[in-house]
Design a protein around this ligand. Sequence first.
Ligand SMILES: [Zn+2]
Ligand SMILES: [Zn+2]
Length: 441
Amino acid sequence: MPYVKTGGILLLLLSGSLSATEPWNDLDAQIQRALPGVIALRHAIHQQPELGNREVLTSQRIAQRLRELGLEVQTGIAHTGVVGILRGGRPGPVVAIRAELDALPLTEQTGLPYASTVRSKDEGNDLRSRGKDIGVMHACGHDAHMAMALGVAEVLAAHREQLPGTLKLIFQPAEEGPPLGESGGARLMIEQGVLQNPAPQVIFGIHVTAGTAGTFTLSRQRTTAAADTFVARISGRQTHAAFPWTGIDPVPVAAQVILAWQTIPSRQSNLSLLPAPVISVGRIEGGERHNIIPAEVRLEGSIRTVSDEQREDVLQRMTRTAEKIAEASGAKAQVEYLPGGYRAGYNDTALVDRMLPVLQQVSTTPVRIDNGTYGADDFAEYARQIPGLFMRMGVTPKSLEGGPVWPTHSPGFQVDDPSLAVGIRALSRMTLSYMGNSKNP
Ligand SMILES: [Zn+2]
Ligand SMILES: [Zn+2]
């Protein structure tokens, strides 16, 4: 539902108060002046993407830029994480903005002049791709997030004496997950004290997404889903395909399990209480030859749930379903959930309601309110500690509109550069508004 009707009333109040404040009423002009530099920086980061916990050059680049802007800089947090602190000249709250440093193991196919040609060894938790040489790409748009955060630092640092509070910029490694056997991401940043000294009162984050450039979408409550990866092994007994009764065939058992899992969302979840969970089998593997019944079938996939309780419940039901169906045929099923799953993320409703008029004012199109996405993000971890606001911003370049959709995590994902200004404006205005400088209600 678009946030238009009530937004109109608040909009008038806000624009009145903004024009009365100095020096932020020339913020838009400042952002436009900073934009070429911000874009150039994004392209440079885009050309040199690095995988999770290996963001060494990216981290150096960010730290250097923060120092140039006169911020206090901390490095080496949760491996390669960087924090920049901008202490305003006037007392006020601490506001955090989070950006991510890592790219994805994916070979870019955008054909852009600044496309990545970087290759690396995949160190993820998928055994088949692990160790393989693969392209690396900022296919989740984290290059845009870094550039926008640095843009905010630049425009707010320009008048730091007037800033009524402290801005804490958190540049986090390994949002897409650390290499196998390592820890990392938001949880490790929090363990290593990123929400202390100074402790932020609130945290903001933007994630770019395929969609109309400059359009914001956010939820008043749940914003991202929990994501878990599963590996199920259905074991039978190998035999000749002509005499199946002499063995135990795991193939039809696997087929039954896959279909039965779909009755968890459709038949076993109370849809009047919560949105349905999503269970997707992304990979099936089994067998050697057309006339041999295999000993094992392996199923791999992703589970998306919308609350901690639903997550627990769905994992239990999936295990029980697989085990009992296998047992009925004399086969065995073992379901494993890989470590490093994401928890569901929630926006702070009061914070959303307070920031909506600000967003509506900076946005060129109506702000959209929805019930959250089935995508996952470890921003959820910060927002479980302090009030958080996480929103998506469309960044599809005009030149790609009407063509095939290239979402994040695809080799053709592109970011509309002028939209970075909209993101910087939103983050700066929300920060100033929260700090009280814009006399926002
Ligand atoms: Zn991603
Ligand atoms: Zn991402």
